[in-house]
Design a protein around this ligand. Structure first.
Ligand SMILES: NC(=O)c1ccc[n+]([C@@H]2O[C@H](COP(=O)([O-])OP(=O)(O)OC[C@H]3O[C@@H](n4cnc5c(N)ncnc54)[C@H](O)[C@@H]3O)[C@@H](O)[C@H]2O)c1
Ligand SMILES: O=C(O)[C@H](O)COP(=O)(O)O
Length: 396
């Protein structure tokens, strides 16, 4: 039996409509020390003591700034996320927000609500509508920051609506480049993207080089009365700078998914409570991906969509043994691992080694199970964070 500690309402997804059920051989546990794996959504587990057994953490969602990925890497815990699983949900909300907020829609709706008891409402509505004149988005310049799963979809959708779309992403992946409409103009700097933009929408992860990337300097380049949209993470914007720009009229509207002590006090601001990914479809997609990645890792050693280890997939094991080693990305690890195996009873049949930044992963199929003494030798190699024998099937 394998045990899974589930944080957040991802639990609902796992039981609802049979979506992403954990399946046979798995049980939920409340005890992290008993858990082989953790499933998490928004809970902040940066300070969690992972205990001795946790082998992986699977985040149902895109952002992973609630998980200590570097500490996990060094403890031999693989962290997964579910890229793309909720990107359509965010795209639909962002595009909707841009269109709705370009018009006097919300003020108009508020007017109707506050005049609900007016017996002359039909006549007065016609008289008052001139106060809610908006603008059309077609032909206007929009800058999309980050052209990943969400940003590329937002850029394409806005292009299809007739906006003049610019994208900035110095680390654009080949996969997302293929998905981008060729009319989306790529620029090399944030300044170029922001200059004379009517809209800027943010779709980057929270990390050192993106934190506060949208501040006074970039806002000053945008067109007067422009709209800023943040459905990425709260700290991508410099909040005091956005507040000041809204108060001076430089920014006409701020739309964001993050209620903070300051955003809730900003004028001309529309805030949703971090609900970009809150659709039944996105929640099911992410839960399904999170569970299947977790199970493939526990059962076969396959790593797919990890954020702290490289991808590695040898499929199911067809030989007598499989071992998996998570280790530092330093010279001579393969030499030491294969050297220890050479002195053992087992013969290597197939092997894959992948490295990414400071972490590396070696998956080895052997003709027969590796004996316990050799496993201990492998475990003792400096730089090996964790090693396990997957085949024959481990009980935990
Ligand atoms: N509001 C929500 O509910 C919601 C939902 C999904 C994602 N998000 C947030 O949006 C972010 C993006 O999601 P995604 O699924 O598109 O992720 P993604 O990883 O597919 O895309 C992120 C993109 O940002 C780019 N990038 C990284 N650093 C950059 C920089 N300094 N400048 C410009 N581009 C940079 C990357 O190259 C990548 O293409 C997530 O990290 C998450 O924080 C929020
Ligand atoms: O990073 C994400 O995927 C989004 O911010 C959604 O987060 P959530 O799963 O906590 O709603």
């Amino acid at each position: 039996m394998r045990y899974v500690k589930i944080f957040d309402n991802i639990a609902k997804q796992i039981t609802r409509d049979g979506v992403a059920k954990l399946g046979e051989g798995y049980e939920k546990t409340d005890d992290v020390n008993q858990a082989d794996a953790i499933l998490v959504r928004a809970s902040d587990i940066r300070d969690l003591d992972f205990g001795p057994n946790v082998r992986c953490v699977s985040r149902s969602g895109a952002g992973y700034n609630n998980i200590p990925i570097e500490r996990c890497a060094k403890q031999g815990i693989v962290v997964f996320n579910t890229p793309g699983g909720n990107s359509n949900a965010v795209k639909e909300l962002v595009v909707g927000m841009i269109l709705v907020n370009s018009r006097g829609t919300l003020d108009g709706m508020r007017w109707v609500q506050s005049n609900a008891d007016d017996p002359q409402i039909v006549k007065d509505a016609e008289k008052n509508k001139k106060a809610f004149v908006g603008r059309e988005a077609i032909g206007r310049k929009v800058g999309v920051v980050g052209l990943g799963a969400v940003g590329s979809k937002v850029a394409n959708a806005l292009e299809a609506l007739g906006l003049d779309v610019y994208g900035y992403d110095p680390y654009l992946s080949v996969e997302h480049a293929w998905q981008l409409n060729r009319n989306v103009k790529r620029v090399d700097s944030m300044a170029e993207l922001c200059r004379n933009a009517d809209y800027v929408t943010l779709h980057v992860p929270s990390k050192d080089d993106t934190r506060h990337m949208m501040g006074a300097e970039m806002i000053s380049l945008m067109r007067d009365g422009a709209m800023l949209i943040n459905y990425a993470r709260a700290d991508i914007v410099d909040e005091p700078a956005v507040d000041a720009a809204l108060r001076s009229g430089k920014l006409g509207r701020f739309v964001c998914d993050f209620a903070t002590p300051l955003t809730t006090k900003m004028p001309n601001t529309l805030i949703t409570p971090h609900m970009g990914a809150c659709t039944a479809e996105a929640e099911a997609n992410c839960a399904t991906m999170a569970v299947s990645q977790m199970k493939d890792y526990l059962e076969q050693g396959t790593i797919r969509n990890s954020v702290n280890y490289p991808d590695c997939d040898m499929g199911p094991c067809h030989t007598g043994g499989r071992i998996a080693a998570l280790h530092a990305n330093v010279p001579n690890m393969i030499g030491q691992i294969s050297g220890a195996l050479a002195q053992s009873n087992a013969n290597i049949q197939r092997m894959s080694n992948e490295a990414q930044d400071g972490s590396a992963y070696t998956l080895i199929d052997t003709d027969q199970p590796v004996d316990a003494a050799t496993m201990e030798k492998l475990r003792a190699i400096p730089g090996v964070y964790r090693i396990r024998q997957i085949v024959p099937a481990i009980t935990r």
